[in-house]
Design a protein around this ligand. Structure first.
Ligand code: ATP
Ligand code: MG
Length: 361
């Protein structure tokens, strides 16, 4: 997959700029605060319908303007695809090849992207939220059924949590099993898809990590082992766990078990990365996970996603940088950096200088 042209209108600090990207390596460079990350964010938005840094689309609109517009001319193995997003403060409209999409799920898969930025370190350092987010974004891009299950699950979960806050205990007890049956139906889809994803991810991440570190350290990624069997079996296991937690859930006023609480274990050199990994190990592990994700997309869809690496180089030592550049040959990559010599090492690329929200030739 590749993005050939990207047009940004009133998007963040861009007024009206058109980027032309090459098939291989594209380097967006410039001083701090010029718009490099903003451009990367626009790509991510068109691929996933979500912003990187914020929950409210408003911040994406250039200050003082009414709306923002992002247009990409892209290509996947089925041919050319044009994706266009028009973002207003309280609504947005996304079109794929001119037709308005009804739901976000319809956007997924046209152009997949894998994004890495310094914020991605949270994937290793932070609580389970970040790792679930990683799985949710990644799996959704290749599995609309996962994305739909996730939306339905979250909706039912909200209703279940609202019910748990109801002071009428007997009503709550009578009603919970009804919600739980629905909840388990979608939860089991989520759990099984995540397990499938992690079974692919773990060996690839281990391999990528060994490549980046020259075999010096081992990265282990492990799924939650509490769920076994097919969707039906997972649903019944979870139903029992939910029933077991009725009292606790009612006391706390929210649902304490389910895929919205699950985590994955990430170990570096045998130790829990969250608690023990050094800065460099954290960076390398997060990058290995992302590059493994790239490979999964390739295996599932038959083509590489667009790889966006925001400010990745400044965090890596020279041997790891060189390894990375070696690895990404052959896929379309957008790299942002402040100095191109940190990236190139003799490799040719399309250099784009950005200054104050403008492309300078
Ligand atoms: N909605 C907006 N309207 C106008 N300007 C905005 C908007 N959102 C962000 N900006 C501006 O965009 C700039 C930041 O751009 P960006 O994050 O892309 O910088 P960068 O080139 O990646 O810098 P760095 O090298 O520091 O990461 C800031 O100056 C910020 O004020
Ligand atoms: Mg930046």
């Amino acid at each position: 997959m590749k993005i050939k042209k990207l047009l940004l209108q009133n998007f963040r600090n861009y007024e009206n700029e058109t980027f032309t990207f090459a098939d291989g390596l594209n380097v967006l460079f410039g001083k701090n605060g010029q718009g490099k990350t903003n451009c990367a964010e626009a790509v991510f938005y068109l691929c996933t319908g979500a912003s990187l840094r914020i929950r409210h689309d408003k911040q994406l609109i250039k200050v003082g303007e009414e709306y923002a517009k992002i247009t990409a001319e892209a290509e996947n193995r089925y041919g050319n695809v044009t994706i266009e997003a028009v973002i207003h403060e309280n609504k947005r409209e996304i079109r794929v090849n001119g037709s308005k999409i009804a739901k976000n799920a319809d956007l997924m898969g046209h152009v997949n992207s894998v994004f890495f930025s310094p914020g991605e370190l949270r994937l290793i350092q932070d609580g389970p939220d970040e790792r679930r987010r990683f799985m949710n974004i990644s799996i959704s891009q290749t599995s609309p059924s996962y994305y739909t299950a996730l939306l339905r699950y979250n909706k039912i979960l909200d209703q279940r949590n609202a019910l748990l806050k109801n002071p009428d205990y007997s009503l709550v007890l009578d009603t919970l099993p009804v919600w739980d049956e629905q909840l388990c139906k979608y939860a089991s889809i989520i759990v099984c898809k995540r397990r499938e994803f992690l079974e692919k991810l773990a060996p690839l991440a281990k391999q990528m990590h060994a490549f980046l570190t020259d075999g010096a350290e081992e990265l282990i990624v492990r799924a939650d082992k509490r769920y076994v069997g097919n969707e039906e079996e997972v649903a019944s296991t979870l139903n029992a766990r939910l029933a077991n937690a009725y009292e606790k859930d009612m006391r706390l006023g929210f649902t304490t078990v389910g895929p919205h609480r699950d985590d994955i274990d990430v170990l570096v050199g045998g130790l829990d990365a969250k608690a023990y990994a050094s800065q460099g190990q954290t960076r390398t592990s997060a990058l290995a996970l992302k590059l493994a994700e790239v490979q999964i997309f390739k295996d599932i869809s038959g083509e590489y996603p667009v790889l966006v690496l925001d400010d990745v180089m400044s965090e890596l030592d020279l041997p790891r940088r060189k390894k990375l550049v070696e690895h990404i040959q052959g896929m379309q990559t957008l790299i942002t950096c402040t100095h191109t010599n940190r990236v190139l090492y003799g490799k040719s690329c399309n250099k784009i200088r950005i200054e104050g929200g403008k492309i300078k030739s």
